[in-house]
Design a protein around this ligand. Structure first.
Ligand code: UDX
Ligand code: UDX
Length: 453
């Protein structure tokens, strides 16, 4: 069978690569309107960094996995069409700052309807507001030229940095479809593809709306855990409790569980904030203002946490960072990815620059061009490694939990920094006692700061 995916991004690319690997009998073509992105997928420098992805793409590309900008041909040939285009938060008009911008999706639907030369199964992979499938259906059917389209919702739960393992061994695959014979047949066809490697009991089928809502709710619940912990981190700093001790002990309760309880400078990524704001918009639309307000507070706490981190830096460094060299280690929104969307580092850097700090950034995977784009060309310096960034610096702030930051030569770093040498660990990944023994003044999230004076 021929499968096509529109949108060769962080979701579309890795997901299709995994299907190609697991289903050698199917031919998969990933298309995108962005020629540079497709060229990158066809080169040795993939546009998405994910551990294990290179190997899969290399073994399948040219065999049953193809990347192309010929959207129409891929639509014509495919029986199943995944739609994985971006659905950013709307930046204009009604719902600006909250609602999802569905224009790319609608354009895709119109293109599919115009181009299709037979019946198709159209699968929503993009995260969407509930009931988007209904709009898709109407656009497709109104322009259908007699062909039949079945719409499925098949949200992706992969996390960046672990995309390959998440895809290979998912907790669940969710497929929503219409409760009609055509809907059942389409759900069965898609289930069959996943069943090539996912145990049947992990393939859940629901109605369309439940599937769409589950995606938003899953992300909202995960983000809510982080904001809950981050809110308590402030209380820990004020009272002398230690957030890592608190979450470790609380997480031992099997009803709570240990994951997603790590305090941080704030969550980022393309999904959490966007999906919560989407949920907020949806609740508002249905007049559920108290529910909307409840979920919006998860985003408010997250912004507050990022601002709080910067305020603590400034306050600690004698209430001024003007003219001081501050080295930021990490710019990606989490480790093992080159993605910076909604990264806490963007807000932190912007605030430090507004305070006239001299910011030097090092990230193992994020390019200087990307940083400048994210920061609207703000005056930063980008270092080639952590040591270069820290040479002569007044302070070091960890913004991303890259493993390599744990094992730097901190004695060498201490010697190269101005004194007192401040460390602000925004991810709680360093050995604070050892650093204090070297002479650093360490401040960490959710921990009181023992001064070494
Ligand atoms: C995106 C959304 O952010 C996420 O919510 C959703 O679940 C899946 O799609 P991601 O893959 O990370 O996730 O987005 P991105 O990396 O921006 O990729 C989307 C791609 O679609 C881009 O390469 C873009 O060029 C392409 N696109 C967009 C099209 O090919 N056609 C369009 O009309 C619009
Ligand atoms: C998330 C969901 O996990 C995934 O299921 C969905 O498909 C897309 O959105 P992703 O954004 O790639 O995935 O990363 P995730 O690992 O969830 O981390 C999101 C943010 O939360 C990161 O900035 C991360 O550093 C932060 N985080 C995560 C914490 O601050 N503390 C934690 O305990 C966990």
């Amino acid at each position: 069978m021929k499968i096509c995916c529109i949108g060769a991004g962080y979701v579309g690319g890795p997901t299709m690569a995994m299907i190609a690997k697991k289903c050698p009998d199917h031919q998969i073509t990933v298309v995108d309107i962005n020629q540079a992105r497709i060229d990158a997928w066809n080169s040795s420098e993939l546009p998405v960094y994910e551990p294990g992805l290179d190997e899969i793409v290399q073994s399948c590309r040219g065999r049953n996995l193809f990347f192309s900008t010929d959207v129409d041909q891929a639509i014509r040939e495919a029986k199943i069409i995944f739609v994985s285009v971006n659905t950013p938060t709307k930046s204009y008009g009604v719902g600006a700052g909250r609602a999802a911008d569905l224009r790319y999706l609608e354009l895709c639907a119109r293109r599919i309807a115009e181009t299709a030369n037979g019946d198709k199964i159209v699968v929503e992979k993009s995260t969407l507001p509930v009931r988007t499938a209904e709009s898709l259906k109407r656009v497709l059917h109104a322009n259908s030229k007699g062909h039949h389209f079945e719409i499925l919702s098949n949200p992706e739960f992969l996390a960046e940095g672990t995309a390959v393992t998440d895809l290979e061994n998912p907790d669940r695959v969710l497929i929503g479809g219409d409760d009609t014979p055509g809907g059942h047949a389409a759900v069965a066809a898609l289930s069959e593809i996943y069943a090539s490697w996912v145990p049947r009991e992990r393939i859940l089928t629901t109605n369309l709306w439940s599937s769409e809502l589950t995606k938003l709710v899953s992300n909202a619940l995960l983000a809510q855990r982080i904001s809950s912990v981050n809110s308590i981190s402030a209380l820990c700093e004020a009272t002398g409790a230690d957030i890592d001790e608190v979450t470790n002990a609380a997480g031992k309760d099997s009803r709570i569980g240990p994951r997603f309880l790590k305090a941080s400078v704030g969550f980022g990524g393309s999904c959490f904030q966007k999906d919560i704001l989407n949920l907020v918009y949806l609740c508002g639309h249905y007049g559920l203002d108290a529910v909307a307000d409840y979920w919006e507070s998860v985003v408010r706490i997250n912004d507050w946490q990022k601002d709080r981190f910067v305020h603590r830096m400034i306050q600690t460094m004698f209430n001024t960072v003007a003219g001081k060299r501050i080295a930021l280690l990490g710019f990606a929104f989490k480790k093992d990815t080159n993605d910076t969307r909604e990264s806490a580092a963007i807000r932190v850097t912007t605030a430090l620059i507004a305070e006239q700090a001299e910011v030097v950034i090092y990230d193992p995977k994020v390019t200087e061009a990307e940083m400048l784009r994210d920061l609207n060309n703000a005056p930063i310096r980008v270092a080639r490694d952590a040591y270069e960034a820290l040479n002569g610096a007044h302070a070091l702030a960890i913004l991303t939990e890259w493993d390599e930051f744990r094992s730097l030569d901190y004695r060498r770093i201490y010697e190269s920094m101005k004194k007192p040498a401040f460390i602000f660990d925004g991810r709680n990944i360093l050995d604070h006692a050892a650093l204090r023994a070297l002479g650093f003044e360490v401040h960490a999230i959710g921990k009181t700061s023992a001064k070494t004076l």
